[in-house]
Write a protein that binds this ligand. Sequence first.
Ligand code: S3P
Length: 436
Amino acid sequence: MVEIIDATNPLKGKYKVPGDKSISHRAAILSSISEDTVKIFGYSNGKDCLSTLDCMEKLGVHIDWNQNPDDVLTIEGKSLYLYEPYDVLDANNSGTTTRLLLGVLSGQEFFSCITGDDSLRARPMKRVVEPLTSMGAKFHGRENSNKLPLCCLGRKEKPSKTKYKLPVASAQVKSAILLAGLYCDEEIEVIEPSRTRDHTERMLKAMGVNIDSSKVSETEGARKITMKPAEKLNFSYEIKIPGDFSSAAFLIACTILKEDSNIIVEEVGINPTRTGFLQVLEKMGVKFNIKNERISCNEPIADIEAEYNPTLEACTVEGDLVANVIDELPLFAVLATQAQGTTVLKDAKELRYKETDRIKAITSELTKMGANISEKEDGFIVKGPTPLKGERVKSFDDHRIAMALSVAAKISTGKTYIENPECADISFPGFYQYFK
Ligand code: S3P
Protein backbone atom coordinates (compact mmCIF):
# COMPACT_ATOMS: atom_id res chain seq x y z
CA MET A 1 0.00 0.00 0.00
CA VAL A 2 0.99 3.65 -0.48
CA GLU A 3 -0.37 6.65 1.46
CA ILE A 4 -0.53 9.90 -0.50
CA ILE A 5 -0.16 13.05 1.59
CA ASP A 6 -0.12 16.63 0.35
CA ALA A 7 0.21 19.97 2.05
CA THR A 8 -3.49 20.77 2.30
CA ASN A 9 -5.21 21.65 5.57
CA PRO A 10 -3.66 23.10 8.71
CA LEU A 11 -4.33 21.27 11.99
CA LYS A 12 -6.97 22.95 14.17
CA GLY A 13 -9.11 22.09 17.19
CA LYS A 14 -9.04 19.50 19.96
CA TYR A 15 -7.47 16.08 19.55
CA LYS A 16 -7.13 12.92 21.60
CA VAL A 17 -4.46 10.33 20.87
CA PRO A 18 -4.49 6.56 21.58
CA GLY A 19 -3.50 5.32 25.04
CA ASP A 20 0.18 5.32 25.95
CA LYS A 21 1.90 2.30 24.44
CA SER A 22 4.51 1.87 27.18
CA ILE A 23 1.96 2.17 30.00
CA SER A 24 -0.51 -0.14 28.22
CA HIS A 25 2.08 -2.96 27.96
CA ARG A 26 2.94 -2.62 31.64
CA ALA A 27 -0.73 -2.46 32.70
CA ALA A 28 -1.46 -5.71 30.82
CA ILE A 29 1.59 -7.60 32.12
CA LEU A 30 1.36 -6.43 35.74
CA SER A 31 -2.42 -6.98 35.93
CA SER A 32 -1.87 -10.53 34.65
CA ILE A 33 0.50 -11.35 37.51
CA SER A 34 -1.61 -9.61 40.16
CA GLU A 35 -4.09 -11.14 42.60
CA ASP A 36 -7.00 -9.09 41.27
CA THR A 37 -9.44 -8.71 38.40
CA VAL A 38 -8.27 -5.40 36.99
CA LYS A 39 -10.27 -2.94 34.88
CA ILE A 40 -8.24 -0.91 32.38
CA PHE A 41 -9.67 2.14 30.56
CA GLY A 42 -8.06 3.62 27.44
CA TYR A 43 -5.82 0.61 26.66
CA SER A 44 -3.99 1.26 23.38
CA ASN A 45 -5.42 -0.57 20.38
CA GLY A 46 -2.05 -0.20 18.63
CA LYS A 47 -0.84 -3.53 17.24
CA ASP A 48 2.10 -3.79 19.69
CA CYS A 49 -0.24 -3.67 22.66
CA LEU A 50 -2.52 -6.28 21.06
CA SER A 51 0.55 -8.54 20.76
CA THR A 52 1.10 -8.28 24.53
CA LEU A 53 -2.54 -9.29 25.19
CA ASP A 54 -2.20 -12.24 22.83
CA CYS A 55 0.94 -13.47 24.64
CA MET A 56 -0.69 -13.08 28.07
CA GLU A 57 -3.69 -15.14 26.88
CA LYS A 58 -1.30 -17.90 25.76
CA LEU A 59 0.14 -17.82 29.27
CA GLY A 60 -3.29 -18.69 30.66
CA VAL A 61 -4.60 -15.21 31.49
CA HIS A 62 -8.28 -14.50 30.87
CA ILE A 63 -8.78 -11.16 29.10
CA ASP A 64 -12.06 -9.61 28.06
CA TRP A 65 -12.06 -6.72 25.54
CA ASN A 66 -13.57 -5.81 22.20
CA GLN A 67 -10.49 -3.82 21.06
CA ASN A 68 -12.40 -0.55 21.37
CA PRO A 69 -10.31 1.84 23.51
CA ASP A 70 -13.51 3.53 24.74
CA ASP A 71 -14.57 0.26 26.38
CA VAL A 72 -13.14 -1.27 29.51
CA LEU A 73 -10.61 -4.10 29.23
CA THR A 74 -10.73 -6.64 32.06
CA ILE A 75 -7.81 -8.84 33.06
CA GLU A 76 -8.19 -11.66 35.59
CA GLY A 77 -4.86 -11.75 37.40
CA LYS A 78 -3.31 -15.21 37.84
CA SER A 79 -0.95 -14.18 40.69
CA LEU A 80 2.80 -14.24 40.06
CA TYR A 81 2.83 -17.71 38.49
CA LEU A 82 1.40 -18.22 34.99
CA TYR A 83 0.73 -21.35 32.89
CA GLU A 84 3.16 -23.00 30.50
CA PRO A 85 2.14 -21.80 27.00
CA TYR A 86 0.94 -24.48 24.59
CA ASP A 87 2.43 -22.59 21.63
CA VAL A 88 5.20 -20.17 20.67
CA LEU A 89 4.54 -16.64 21.95
CA ASP A 90 4.50 -14.16 19.05
CA ALA A 91 5.45 -10.58 19.89
CA ASN A 92 5.18 -9.60 16.18
CA ASN A 93 6.89 -6.16 15.93
CA SER A 94 7.03 -5.34 19.63
CA GLY A 95 10.39 -5.03 21.41
CA THR A 96 8.67 -3.95 24.63
CA THR A 97 6.45 -7.06 24.67
CA THR A 98 9.48 -9.30 24.15
CA ARG A 99 11.87 -7.77 26.63
CA LEU A 100 9.35 -7.21 29.44
CA LEU A 101 7.87 -10.68 28.98
CA LEU A 102 11.32 -12.28 29.09
CA GLY A 103 11.62 -10.73 32.57
CA VAL A 104 8.37 -12.41 33.70
CA LEU A 105 9.20 -15.69 31.93
CA SER A 106 12.55 -15.84 33.76
CA GLY A 107 10.64 -16.15 37.02
CA GLN A 108 8.38 -19.01 35.80
CA GLU A 109 9.47 -22.59 36.28
CA PHE A 110 8.38 -23.70 32.82
CA PHE A 111 9.51 -23.77 29.20
CA SER A 112 8.49 -21.03 26.81
CA CYS A 113 9.56 -19.78 23.41
CA ILE A 114 9.11 -16.27 21.98
CA THR A 115 9.50 -14.99 18.44
CA GLY A 116 8.53 -12.00 16.29
CA ASP A 117 8.43 -10.55 12.78
CA ASP A 118 11.49 -9.91 10.53
CA SER A 119 12.27 -6.59 12.23
CA LEU A 120 12.04 -7.97 15.77
CA ARG A 121 14.07 -11.07 14.89
CA ALA A 122 16.90 -8.74 13.84
CA ARG A 123 16.98 -6.78 17.13
CA PRO A 124 19.52 -7.45 19.92
CA MET A 125 18.28 -9.47 22.91
CA LYS A 126 21.64 -10.15 24.62
CA ARG A 127 21.03 -6.98 26.63
CA VAL A 128 18.19 -8.76 28.49
CA VAL A 129 19.39 -12.34 28.13
CA GLU A 130 22.66 -11.62 29.96
CA PRO A 131 21.22 -10.07 33.14
CA LEU A 132 18.30 -12.52 33.22
CA THR A 133 20.73 -15.45 32.90
CA SER A 134 22.65 -14.14 35.90
CA MET A 135 19.29 -14.10 37.73
CA GLY A 136 18.99 -17.87 37.23
CA ALA A 137 17.05 -18.32 33.94
CA LYS A 138 18.31 -20.31 30.93
CA PHE A 139 17.98 -19.17 27.31
CA HIS A 140 18.62 -20.72 23.92
CA GLY A 141 18.27 -18.72 20.75
CA ARG A 142 19.84 -17.71 17.46
CA GLU A 143 23.25 -16.05 17.30
CA ASN A 144 24.32 -17.22 20.73
CA SER A 145 20.97 -16.22 22.26
CA ASN A 146 21.13 -12.64 20.98
CA LYS A 147 18.26 -12.99 18.50
CA LEU A 148 14.70 -14.35 18.46
CA PRO A 149 13.33 -17.00 18.43
CA LEU A 150 14.43 -17.44 22.03
CA CYS A 151 13.50 -20.31 24.33
CA CYS A 152 13.46 -19.71 28.06
CA LEU A 153 13.53 -22.13 30.94
CA GLY A 154 12.55 -20.12 33.97
CA ARG A 155 14.46 -19.73 37.19
CA LYS A 156 15.83 -22.98 38.52
CA GLU A 157 19.09 -21.67 39.93
CA LYS A 158 19.83 -19.10 42.58
CA PRO A 159 20.81 -15.71 41.10
CA SER A 160 24.57 -15.22 40.90
CA LYS A 161 24.11 -11.46 40.94
CA THR A 162 21.70 -9.01 42.53
CA LYS A 163 23.30 -5.75 41.34
CA TYR A 164 23.15 -4.76 37.67
CA LYS A 165 24.76 -1.82 35.96
CA LEU A 166 23.17 -1.30 32.56
CA PRO A 167 25.66 -0.64 29.73
CA VAL A 168 22.97 1.22 27.71
CA ALA A 169 20.10 3.40 28.87
CA SER A 170 17.07 1.22 28.16
CA ALA A 171 13.73 1.21 29.96
CA GLN A 172 12.94 -2.17 28.43
CA VAL A 173 16.06 -3.79 29.90
CA LYS A 174 15.57 -2.07 33.28
CA SER A 175 11.94 -3.24 33.35
CA ALA A 176 12.86 -6.82 32.40
CA ILE A 177 15.28 -6.98 35.34
CA LEU A 178 12.73 -5.46 37.74
CA LEU A 179 10.04 -7.92 36.63
CA ALA A 180 12.42 -10.86 37.07
CA GLY A 181 13.42 -9.36 40.44
CA LEU A 182 9.86 -9.81 41.69
CA TYR A 183 10.61 -13.55 41.75
CA CYS A 184 14.00 -13.30 43.55
CA ASP A 185 14.61 -13.94 47.24
CA GLU A 186 16.80 -10.90 47.80
CA GLU A 187 16.68 -7.16 47.16
CA ILE A 188 17.94 -6.22 43.70
CA GLU A 189 19.64 -3.05 42.49
CA VAL A 190 19.71 -1.64 38.94
CA ILE A 191 21.86 1.32 37.91
CA GLU A 192 20.95 3.01 34.63
CA PRO A 193 23.44 5.38 32.92
CA SER A 194 20.75 7.98 32.11
CA ARG A 195 17.24 8.22 33.50
CA THR A 196 14.80 6.31 31.29
CA ARG A 197 11.00 6.10 31.39
CA ASP A 198 9.87 5.00 34.86
CA HIS A 199 6.36 3.64 34.22
CA THR A 200 7.29 0.19 35.58
CA GLU A 201 8.59 1.64 38.84
CA ARG A 202 5.50 3.86 39.27
CA MET A 203 3.09 0.99 38.64
CA LEU A 204 4.97 -1.44 40.90
CA LYS A 205 4.96 1.14 43.70
CA ALA A 206 1.22 1.65 43.28
CA MET A 207 0.85 -2.16 43.60
CA GLY A 208 2.54 -2.17 47.00
CA VAL A 209 6.06 -3.19 45.93
CA ASN A 210 8.92 -1.82 47.98
CA ILE A 211 10.80 0.04 45.22
CA ASP A 212 12.84 3.25 45.33
CA SER A 213 15.00 5.24 43.01
CA SER A 214 17.66 7.87 43.67
CA LYS A 215 20.23 9.92 41.77
CA VAL A 216 23.70 8.38 41.64
CA SER A 217 25.41 11.75 41.27
CA GLU A 218 24.28 15.37 41.28
CA THR A 219 25.78 16.11 37.88
CA GLU A 220 24.82 13.11 35.74
CA GLY A 221 21.49 11.53 34.86
CA ALA A 222 22.43 8.09 36.24
CA ARG A 223 19.85 6.55 38.62
CA LYS A 224 19.88 3.69 41.09
CA ILE A 225 16.71 1.65 41.56
CA THR A 226 16.37 -0.79 44.46
CA MET A 227 13.50 -3.25 44.80
CA LYS A 228 12.56 -5.92 47.33
CA PRO A 229 10.96 -9.12 45.99
CA ALA A 230 7.16 -9.31 46.10
CA GLU A 231 5.03 -12.10 47.54
CA LYS A 232 1.96 -10.80 45.78
CA LEU A 233 0.85 -7.84 43.71
CA ASN A 234 -2.41 -6.02 44.29
CA PHE A 235 -4.14 -3.46 42.10
CA SER A 236 -6.48 -1.56 44.38
CA TYR A 237 -7.66 0.80 41.63
CA GLU A 238 -8.94 0.88 38.06
CA ILE A 239 -6.24 1.84 35.58
CA LYS A 240 -6.78 4.80 33.27
CA ILE A 241 -4.13 4.94 30.53
CA PRO A 242 -3.19 8.52 29.51
CA GLY A 243 -2.84 9.58 25.87
CA ASP A 244 0.54 8.67 24.39
CA PHE A 245 2.94 11.63 24.47
CA SER A 246 4.98 10.06 21.65
CA SER A 247 1.87 10.01 19.42
CA ALA A 248 0.86 13.54 20.46
CA ALA A 249 4.37 14.69 19.43
CA PHE A 250 3.56 14.12 15.72
CA LEU A 251 0.47 16.36 15.93
CA ILE A 252 2.35 19.00 17.94
CA ALA A 253 5.29 19.06 15.47
CA CYS A 254 2.94 19.29 12.51
CA THR A 255 1.10 22.20 14.17
CA ILE A 256 4.37 24.03 14.84
CA LEU A 257 5.44 23.69 11.20
CA LYS A 258 2.16 24.27 9.39
CA GLU A 259 0.87 27.81 8.91
CA ASP A 260 -2.50 28.65 10.55
CA SER A 261 -2.42 25.53 12.76
CA ASN A 262 -3.48 25.65 16.41
CA ILE A 263 -4.40 22.56 18.45
CA ILE A 264 -4.98 21.22 21.95
CA VAL A 265 -4.11 17.57 22.57
CA GLU A 266 -6.12 16.47 25.58
CA GLU A 267 -5.30 14.04 28.39
CA VAL A 268 -1.71 13.32 27.42
CA GLY A 269 0.85 11.69 29.73
CA ILE A 270 3.54 14.21 30.71
CA ASN A 271 5.74 11.94 32.81
CA PRO A 272 9.06 13.88 32.95
CA THR A 273 10.98 10.79 31.81
CA ARG A 274 9.03 10.97 28.52
CA THR A 275 8.77 14.64 27.67
CA GLY A 276 12.32 15.46 26.56
CA PHE A 277 10.75 16.52 23.26
CA LEU A 278 9.26 19.56 25.06
CA GLN A 279 12.77 20.52 26.24
CA VAL A 280 13.97 20.17 22.64
CA LEU A 281 11.13 22.44 21.46
CA GLU A 282 12.17 25.03 24.07
CA LYS A 283 15.75 24.86 22.77
CA MET A 284 14.34 25.52 19.28
CA GLY A 285 12.53 28.62 20.56
CA VAL A 286 9.04 27.11 20.30
CA LYS A 287 6.24 28.22 22.64
CA PHE A 288 3.53 25.82 23.88
CA ASN A 289 1.18 25.63 26.86
CA ILE A 290 0.66 22.84 29.37
CA LYS A 291 -2.84 23.10 30.89
CA ASN A 292 -4.96 21.21 33.44
CA GLU A 293 -2.04 19.32 34.97
CA ARG A 294 -3.27 16.46 37.18
CA ILE A 295 -2.22 13.03 38.45
CA SER A 296 -4.03 9.90 37.34
CA CYS A 297 -2.95 6.41 38.48
CA ASN A 298 0.42 7.72 39.68
CA GLU A 299 1.18 9.31 36.26
CA PRO A 300 1.06 13.06 35.52
CA ILE A 301 -1.27 14.07 32.66
CA ALA A 302 -2.24 17.39 31.04
CA ASP A 303 -3.62 19.06 27.92
CA ILE A 304 -0.96 20.44 25.55
CA GLU A 305 -1.67 23.50 23.41
CA ALA A 306 0.54 24.31 20.42
CA GLU A 307 0.43 26.70 17.47
CA TYR A 308 2.29 27.53 14.28
CA ASN A 309 5.81 28.90 14.92
CA PRO A 310 7.17 30.76 11.89
CA THR A 311 10.81 30.56 13.05
CA LEU A 312 12.74 27.69 14.61
CA GLU A 313 16.31 27.83 15.92
CA ALA A 314 18.87 25.06 15.39
CA CYS A 315 20.11 23.29 18.53
CA THR A 316 22.18 20.34 19.78
CA VAL A 317 20.63 17.30 21.46
CA GLU A 318 23.08 15.03 23.32
CA GLY A 319 23.88 13.28 26.61
CA ASP A 320 21.18 12.47 29.17
CA LEU A 321 18.46 14.22 27.17
CA VAL A 322 18.68 11.57 24.42
CA ALA A 323 17.01 8.78 26.47
CA ASN A 324 14.17 11.18 27.25
CA VAL A 325 13.39 11.94 23.62
CA ILE A 326 14.47 8.65 22.03
CA ASP A 327 11.21 7.90 20.18
CA GLU A 328 10.81 11.49 18.94
CA LEU A 329 14.25 11.78 17.30
CA PRO A 330 13.14 11.02 13.70
CA LEU A 331 10.54 13.76 14.16
CA PHE A 332 13.23 16.07 15.56
CA ALA A 333 15.10 15.61 12.25
CA VAL A 334 12.00 16.85 10.38
CA LEU A 335 11.75 19.95 12.61
CA ALA A 336 15.49 20.55 12.15
CA THR A 337 15.07 20.83 8.36
CA GLN A 338 13.06 24.03 9.02
CA ALA A 339 15.36 25.46 11.73
CA GLN A 340 17.79 28.31 11.13
CA GLY A 341 21.39 27.03 11.42
CA THR A 342 23.06 23.69 12.11
CA THR A 343 21.20 21.16 14.25
CA VAL A 344 23.20 18.30 15.77
CA LEU A 345 22.10 15.00 17.31
CA LYS A 346 24.81 13.06 19.22
CA ASP A 347 24.97 10.08 21.64
CA ALA A 348 21.98 8.42 19.97
CA LYS A 349 23.48 5.19 18.56
CA GLU A 350 20.56 3.32 20.19
CA LEU A 351 18.41 4.64 17.34
CA ARG A 352 20.12 2.13 15.07
CA TYR A 353 18.58 -0.78 17.08
CA LYS A 354 14.92 0.22 16.88
CA GLU A 355 12.26 -1.22 14.51
CA THR A 356 14.66 -0.15 11.76
CA ASP A 357 17.97 1.73 11.79
CA ARG A 358 16.30 5.08 12.37
CA ILE A 359 19.43 7.19 11.75
CA LYS A 360 19.88 5.66 8.29
CA ALA A 361 16.15 5.66 7.48
CA ILE A 362 15.36 9.26 8.35
CA THR A 363 18.58 10.54 6.73
CA SER A 364 17.97 8.76 3.42
CA GLU A 365 14.27 9.67 3.12
CA LEU A 366 14.59 13.33 4.17
CA THR A 367 17.50 13.69 1.71
CA LYS A 368 15.15 12.51 -1.07
CA MET A 369 12.72 15.25 0.01
CA GLY A 370 15.40 17.93 -0.29
CA ALA A 371 16.78 18.19 3.26
CA ASN A 372 20.44 18.91 3.95
CA ILE A 373 21.00 16.09 6.46
CA SER A 374 24.04 13.89 6.99
CA GLU A 375 24.31 10.63 8.87
CA LYS A 376 26.75 10.25 11.79
CA GLU A 377 27.55 7.05 13.68
CA ASP A 378 25.58 8.23 16.73
CA GLY A 379 23.17 10.77 15.23
CA PHE A 380 22.82 13.29 12.41
CA ILE A 381 23.60 16.87 11.36
CA VAL A 382 20.95 18.99 9.66
CA LYS A 383 21.54 22.36 8.01
CA GLY A 384 18.46 24.50 7.56
CA PRO A 385 16.10 25.81 6.69
CA THR A 386 15.50 24.02 3.39
CA PRO A 387 12.23 23.75 1.47
CA LEU A 388 11.00 20.14 1.19
CA LYS A 389 9.40 18.56 -1.89
CA GLY A 390 6.99 15.66 -2.17
CA GLU A 391 8.67 12.35 -3.14
CA ARG A 392 8.14 8.61 -3.03
CA VAL A 393 9.61 7.58 0.36
CA LYS A 394 9.96 4.38 2.39
CA SER A 395 8.62 3.80 5.89
CA PHE A 396 10.94 0.78 6.32
CA ASP A 397 7.87 -0.71 8.09
CA ASP A 398 8.68 1.49 11.07
CA HIS A 399 5.73 3.37 12.57
CA ARG A 400 7.76 6.33 13.77
CA ILE A 401 9.49 6.77 10.41
CA ALA A 402 6.13 6.63 8.55
CA MET A 403 4.62 9.27 10.84
CA ALA A 404 7.69 11.56 10.84
CA LEU A 405 7.68 11.49 7.02
CA SER A 406 3.94 12.30 7.03
CA VAL A 407 4.73 15.46 9.00
CA ALA A 408 7.45 16.33 6.45
CA ALA A 409 4.90 15.70 3.68
CA LYS A 410 2.53 18.26 5.21
CA ILE A 411 5.07 21.05 4.61
CA SER A 412 6.33 19.86 1.22
CA THR A 413 5.40 21.05 -2.22
CA GLY A 414 3.54 18.44 -4.28
CA LYS A 415 2.45 15.00 -3.18
CA THR A 416 4.42 12.58 -0.98
CA TYR A 417 3.92 8.83 -1.47
CA ILE A 418 4.69 6.85 1.70
CA GLU A 419 5.33 3.16 1.07
CA ASN A 420 3.97 0.62 3.59
CA PRO A 421 2.24 3.33 5.65
CA GLU A 422 0.05 0.86 7.57
CA CYS A 423 2.89 0.32 10.10
CA ALA A 424 1.57 3.49 11.84
CA ASP A 425 -1.02 1.11 13.36
CA ILE A 426 1.72 -0.22 15.64
CA SER A 427 1.24 2.74 17.99
CA PHE A 428 -1.29 5.13 16.38
CA PRO A 429 -4.24 3.48 14.62
CA GLY A 430 -6.17 6.14 12.66
CA PHE A 431 -3.12 8.37 12.32
CA TYR A 432 -3.68 9.28 8.65
CA GLN A 433 -7.26 10.43 9.30
CA TYR A 434 -5.80 13.34 11.28
CA PHE A 435 -3.79 14.32 8.26
CA LYS A 436 -6.58 14.32 5.70
C1 S3P B 1 10.11 1.55 25.65
C2 S3P B 1 11.43 1.87 25.81
C3 S3P B 1 12.25 2.43 24.73
C4 S3P B 1 11.40 2.99 23.61
C5 S3P B 1 10.30 2.05 23.21
C6 S3P B 1 9.39 1.77 24.39
C7 S3P B 1 9.38 0.98 26.80
O1 S3P B 1 13.09 1.41 24.21
O2 S3P B 1 12.20 3.30 22.50
O3 S3P B 1 9.53 2.61 22.17
O4 S3P B 1 8.13 0.96 26.78
O5 S3P B 1 10.04 0.57 27.76
P1 S3P B 1 14.53 1.03 24.85
O6 S3P B 1 14.29 0.51 26.21
O7 S3P B 1 15.07 -0.02 23.93
O8 S3P B 1 15.31 2.30 24.83
